[in-house]
Design a protein around this ligand. Structure first.
Ligand SMILES: CC(=O)SCCNC(=O)CCNC(=O)[C@H](O)C(C)(C)COP(=O)(O)OP(=O)(O)OC[C@H]1O[C@@H](n2cnc3c(N)ncnc32)[C@H](O)[C@@H]1OP(=O)(O)O
Ligand SMILES: O=C(O)CCC(=O)C(=O)O
Length: 393
């Protein structure tokens, strides 16, 4: 069966590698009330590695001994991932990252004037000096360095260009453009990334938040404009409304643009379950890609179409994700769904009986709020069928 995608990017854009940096264990854990044990952190890292994720932001060593120990346990698990530690722009944070055993740090610097004024002393010039000093310090210690531009989307663009150039001159390999407060839409994400891409050959990572429900769209736009890396979290776990979900970005890149990030799409449901359990968060039934209901159909017109040709109402192949279509019976069912189910159950039904059964099914769905179980449909069929046999006798 062929499932149609809409390819809007040229092969040239897609042929470069796009790396997803999963920050479930850092920004994801910053979600209110979420607190992973060391065991849970290692299990999540394992599930991510099994899913083909090659970079993870493993935590914030400056938090102290427990966090350093957890990050070290991930590093020592020997997984095929680069574990990155998140640090403030301070040598002491870099020392804590070294104690955690990582080979790469993301050292973060406030980049908007409002954050620089509130969180650092000395203004833009001091921020640039701090980048020179701390990036240089980390490089001298043998670490790979990414610089995180916190609140980049509210920063003055000329200053951002200066910050990126300073990071590069100090030895950083990557700069992260963070839409910390979700002030961008996809057009603005594209324009910002394109403008910055034109100024540097550093790796550029886009870090999108979902306060307006635009994190995935913004991330895709930034990738189209030249981002080499994208921050993601499993089920979008993260500060406030969360981050761009790993499963959405990986599947959208594959489905829309045919781009393979190396993420094993059939593992996404499992990794989502591992993270949801550790975070004590339920996955919404309609959560894109991994929600229980995203391949479930009830409406009569849709089910009739699907029974005739799956392409009518299914663009994303559930098989790509190791999942399958499901049809449920409910208030919105039509005759095609009812007769198809009864035929599958090998229960004979006349056209008139099917109409009566459908009316009873609808009433049951309204009275009991929810899909109507097969056993209930069978019981309704029995009553209706026996009554029509009696009427014929
Ligand atoms: C947008 C983001 O996601 S940013 C990442 C947020 N992550 C976290 O906060 C992780 C969890 N945080 C923590 O455990 C603690 O806040 C710690 C261990 C990091 C720091 O704890 P504390 O020393 O008690 O400081 P506290 O949290 O009260 O304040 C943060 C300090 O870091 C400073 N700071 C904030 N960002 C940066 C930065 N990028 N570079 C340097 N300093 C910074 C603040 O100005 C403040 O400094 P001050 O204490 O001199 O006023
Ligand atoms: O500075 C960074 O590394 C980004 C931090 C972050 O999580 C954010 O800004 O949303």
């Amino acid at each position: 069966m062929a499932f149609a995608g809409v390819t809007t990017l040229s092969d040239k854009v897609l042929s470069r590698p796009i790396v997803l940096n999963d920050t479930t264990l850092r920004d994801g854990e910053q979600a209110p009330g979420v607190a992973f044990t060391t065991g849970e952190k290692v299990s999540i890292a394992r599930a991510l590695a099994r899913a083909g994720v090659v970079e993870i932001e493993a935590g914030t060593p400056a938090m102290g001994y427990e966090e350093v120990t957890a990050i070290r346990a991930i590093v020592e698990a020997g997984l095929p991932v680069t574990a990155i530690a998140w640090c403030r722009m301070r040598p002491a944070d870099v020392d804590a990252a070294i104690a955690a055993g990582v080979s790469m740090v993301n050292v973060s610097i406030p980049s908007s004037d409002v954050q620089i004024a509130a969180k650092l002393s000395g203004g833009r010039a001091a921020a640039l000096e701090q980048v020179r000093r701390v990036v240089g310090y980390a490089r001298d210690k043998g670490l790979d360095v990414a610089v995180g531009g916190e609140d980049s989307s509210r920063a003055d663009v000329d200053f951002l260009v200066e910050l990126i150039a300073t990071a590069k001159a100090a030895g950083a390999r990557r700069f992260r453009i963070a839409d910390t407060l979700s002030v961008l839409d996809p057009d603005a994400s594209f324009a910002l990334m394109k403008a910055l891409r034109a100024t540097t050959d550093l790796e550029l990572e886009f870090h999108g938040h979902d306060d307006l429900g635009l994190a995935t769209a913004n991330t895709l736009a930034a990738i189209k404009a030249g981002a080499t890396h994208a921050s993601v979290t499993v089920i979008g776990l993260g500060e406030r409304a969360g981050n761009a979900p790993l499963e959405e970005v990986a599947v959208a890149l594959k489905q829309l643009y045919g781009h393979d990030t190396g993420v094993v799409l059939s593992e996404l449901e499992h990794v989502a379950a591992v993270v949801a359990a550790a975070a004590a968060r339920a996955i919404p039934l309609n959560k894109a890609i991994v929600g229980e209901h995203v391949f479930t159909h009830e409406s009569g017109i849709h089910v009739d179409g699907l029974l005739k040709d799956q392409r009518t109402y299914q663009a994303l192949d559930p098989g790509l994700l190791g999942r399958a279509n499901r049809i449920v019976i409910g208030k919105h069912s039509g005759l095609a769904a009812i007769t198809s189910l009864l035929s599958e159950l090998q229960l004979a039904v006349s056209a008139e009986e099917a109409r009566t059964i459908l009316a009873r099914v609808r009433k049951h769905a309204v009275e009991h709020k929810g899909a109507v179980a097969r056993e209930t449909v069978t019981a309704i069929w029995r009553e209706v069928h026996e009554r029509s046999l009696l009427n014929c006798a």
